[in-house]
Design a protein around this ligand. Structure first.
Ligand SMILES: O=C(O)CCC(=O)C(=O)O
Length: 259
């Protein structure tokens, strides 16, 4: 699968501007003929948490229609990062995944809320895994802070996920953690890691960029710089199967003793 990661700056609290930017970036990405595109976390609003009740997308409906039509128009699978999706019980940080025909094939709400950035005060946590199929490949969607929870990531790969799609707004001050955690998740799960971060700053943070694709051996195949960039690379699923056969960690696990 050929994948483009759209590492963009996000206009703080300005969904209209962000939808327009994303439409342009998806059009631009289509030139590299990717099979799949991924966007960063909370790309419609950024971390304007105190206004999410006002500017969050009701049930994600506008975002779903918007992304579905772009997926169809360009014939590309889209892992649509995440958006603030609001309903009667609150706001979730929710990822939507569309296939080339514009059908919704996956949804995931961020499970671990990041207290350091006050997420627990404004967001409701998810309660379900982010597994979905794209082009016959079992994939998992995860959001930012989730990568600090290897036990959660493992529940997806133990069920056979071969590509982890991670959307983030990861701050520059912890860039070394971002890189080390992503490489570790790839090695220990023997899978591809496709991690799309945002660029730029908001009133509280400067973000790290450095989106990347990592192979199941833990090698970084491509890595963006700090600024806005569209990064494109290829995954080869044979590699996942070869490494899993060579070092059979899934067969050798002892989950009966892990609790
Ligand atoms: O875990 C971290 O250091 C960053 C997490 C984060 O920024 C987030 O989940 O939004």
């Amino acid at each position: 699968m050929r994948i483009s990661l759209i590492q963009l700056d996000i206009a703080f609290g300005n969904p209209d501007m962000n939808y327009a930017t994303v439409a342009n970036k998806i059009r631009e990405s289509a030139d590299a003929a990717p099979d799949c595109i991924i966007l960063p976390e909370l790309w419609t609003t950024g971390y304007d948490l105190t206004r999410l009740e006002e500017i969050g997308d009701p049930d994600g409906e506008f975002t779903k229609e918007f992304i579905s039509s772009l997926a169809k128009q360009y014939n590309i699978n889209i892992v649509a990062g995440s958006v603030a999706s609001r309903n009667a019980s609150g706001v979730t940080n929710r990822m939507f995944v569309f296939n080339r025909s514009g059908e919704l094939v996956g949804e995931y709400s961020k499970l671990h809320l990041f207290q350091l950035m006050d997420e627990h005060l404004y967001l409701q946590p998810g309660d379900a895994k982010g597994l979905f199929q794209l082009e016959g490949i079992l994939c998992a969607g995860l959001i930012c802070y989730d990568i600090r929870f290897p036990e959660w990531v493992r529940t997806h790969t133990a069920q056979g996920a071969e590509i982890l799609f991670i959307s983030a707004e990861w701050p520059l001050s912890r860039l070394s953690h971002w890189r080390a955690l992503l490489i570790s998740r790839a090695i220990e799960n023997q899978c591809y890691v496709v991690a799309c971060n945002r660029a730029g700053s908001d009133p509280n943070n400067t973000f790290a960029g450095h989106s990347m694709i990592i192979d199941p051996w833990g090698e970084i195949l491509c890595e963006a710089s700090e600024g806005e960039e569209i990064l494109t690379g290829n995954t080869d699923l044979h590699k996942v199967r070869e490494i899993r056969a060579q070092i059979p960690i899934f067969a050798d696990r002892r989950p009966d003793l892990y609790d």
